[in-house]
Design a protein around this ligand. Structure first.
Ligand SMILES: *Cc1c(COP(=O)(O)O)cnc(C)c1O
Length: 391
């Protein structure tokens, strides 16, 4: 196995510090490596595999779609794509959707939609306000609005006209507004930035400012959306409907699909034929995954389950924090939680791996817990035991 890792490493661009584990198979909330070792998964492929692994109904739908049709390009209509669009728009409370192949591309599309809107309205606006500690992806556009200098600096110059404000500080946002501001982009709950939840006051304030100033509000729901917070999309728990929403990760349960969606008011003045496109974007295979994922989420009432398991996880983490002096703070909601630890998170993650628990970090000293949304109580108990050992 080590030889396999060494050989593979040579061929890949060295962009990841991968764990020395070769994963082979998944079932439920467990993953198995090539040596047969079992891991309890609290990473879910970075908040992607909401339904866990090996969901038979999902797999059956994918198999049927493969046998039927997987790709046509966007020059034609397809009923599977139509079903996915209708389902996604219903749960996202939006009017128009464009399917992408990733979260990054959903962000690119959202930024382009906002710029086109300003252009068509003739406002001369083009600037974006983004948040410190945000994460929106790795393309030049997405990284330009990402509030992490280390991700941006080697690739400068960035997109012109991006200003950063402090998350959860409305005054800081107001300071960055100019007559050129076109949109404000934010994650209602920052994932990669350390599991930071927007306050109600902040979300409502942003919505109010946008309405007053004629600025568009873009919510990046790529990580916090699709049920993870206990609402289908995180903004819904605030009641602050954005103008444009970016989605990805869990919407396709592991197939590469993202989407940006907008209200009719935005669509009326935004992208037109020739403005944007994607060869693969929303092909029938990934759309079969989206349609089936939404169907299962609604039928099984995953949201109620997330809220119940989220409360239980919080209770168990609170107890663990009281018993252990290794945990400094816990934050988050539903099944997206962060625990700030005393030791470097990397050390604990490595120890957890040995214990058979997969966890990830979010900034240097925060451990991120984003299990499959179908996690059960006894599996949360199992995680707590393993985490305790790792701490
Ligand atoms: C993961 C993520 C992205 C980027 O998505 P990719 O599919 O990796 O391109 C953007 N925004 C947020 C909040 C994310 O968590």
């Amino acid at each position: 196995m080590n030889q396999y890792i060494e050989e593979t490493k040579k061929g890949l661009v060295h962009t990841y510090n991968r764990f020395p584990v070769v994963l082979e198979k998944g079932k439920g909330v467990y993953l198995y490596d090539t040596a047969g070792k079992k891991y309890l998964d609290f990473a879910a492929g970075i908040a992607v595999c909401g339904l866990g692994y090996g969901n038979e109904e999902l797999n059956q739908a994918l198999k049927e779609q493969i046998d039927c049709l997987t790709h046509t390009s966007n020059l034609y209509y397809n009923t599977t794509c139509g079903r996915a669009a209708t389902a996604l728009l219903r749960i996202a409370q939006m009017d128009r959707v464009f399917f992408t192949n990733s979260g990054t591309e959903a962000i690119e599309g959202a930024l382009k939609s906002a710029r086109k809107y300003a252009w068509k309205k003739g406002t001369g606006r083009y600037e974006f306000i983004a948040m410190e500690h945000s994460f929106h992806g790795r393309s030049i556009g997405a990284v330009s609005v990402t509030g992490n200098e280390a991700y941006r600096t080697p690739f400068e110059p960035m997109l012109p006209g991006v200003r950063f404000a402090e998350f959860n500080n409305l005054d800081s946002v107001k300071e960055q507004i100019t007559d050129k501001t076109c949109a404000i982009i934010l994650e209602p709950l920052q994932g990669e930035g350390g599991i930071n939840q927007a306050s109600k006051e902040f979300m409502e304030g942003i919505r109010r400012i946008c309405d007053q100033e004629g600025i568009l509000m873009i919510c990046d729901e790529i990580q916090c959306g699709m049920g993870r917070t206990g609402s289908m999309f995180a903004w819904q728990s605030y009641g602050t409907k954005p103008d444009i929403v970016a989605m990805a990760k869990a919407i396709g349960s592991g197939l590469p699909v993202g989407a940006f969606a907008m209200t009719e008011q935005v669509a009326e003045f935004s992208l037109e034929p020739g403005d944007h496109g994607s060869t693969y974007g929303g092909n029938p295979l990934v759309c079969a995954a989206v349609a089936k994922t939404v169907e299962i989420f609604e039928r099984e009432d995953i949201l109620a389950h997330v809220r119940e398991m989220g409360d239980y996880l919080e209770e168990r983490l609170t107890k663990l924090a009281a018993e252990s002096d290794g945990i400094l703070e816990q934050r988050g909601t539903g099944l997206i939680r962060g625990i700030k630890v005393k030791k470097p998170a990397g050390e604990i993650i490595q120890r957890a791996l040995e214990e058979g628990l997969l966890i990830i970090s979010a900034r240097d000293n925060v451990i991120r817990l984003v299990p499959p949304l179908v996690i059960r109580k006894e599996q949360i108990d199992e995680m707590i035991e393993k985490l305790k050992a790792a701490l």
